[in-house]
Design a binder for this molecule. Sequence first.
Ligand code: ITT
Length: 191
Amino acid sequence: MGKILVVATGNPGKLQEMQAYLTGENWELQLKPDELEIAETGTTFAENACLKASQIAKATENWAISDDSGLEVAALNGAPGIYSARYGKDDRSRISRLLTELGDTPNRQAQFVCAIAIARPSGEIALQSVGICQGEILYHPQGTGGFGYDPVFYVPTYQKTFAQMPKKVKHEISHRGKAFQALLPQLHDLD
Ligand code: ITT
């Protein structure tokens, strides 16, 4: 067994996807203690990812990995962006607010962004990466897979929303997939 890596998220959808990327790596994954909540006071995804990884690492005295992500919608000038989790009280109300704010705007262009950070037990950031996936916001939710905004995020190349595509396709092409593809090769070199 390798070193312990605390997965610093309280979002079950994210946790499941992060675990899938880290399976087979030489790290023993551990869940973040429930009571450890980190205030996301940064102004960028990368800053918030670093804050979460660093503070969870220090608090647990272990290595920690965090993901800060969200949806940027062109017609809303990049909103909800880093406030994607705070846009509503649950996934359903977040989606409904997004569709209301967009109305019948013809510009449906959007992107998901994911910043990943890995911190040493000291809190020092060891690795960082960012991944982006382009798509469009539908007028109505489609599909039941995934989590969060997945039912309204449509990827034209696949003619499916993230919630309609097989898990392994989202795993491959998503913002999180791209961030992990950049990060994983470097994960082996950490000491
Ligand atoms: P942690 O900070 O505990 O990890 P969180 O849900 O608060 O959990 P964020 O602040 O990073 O995480 O917010 C991410 C938001 O963006 C949240 O509302 C997600 O539903 C949404 N999101 C991120 N990745 C997504 C994905 O792959 N599919 C759908 N929605 C996603």
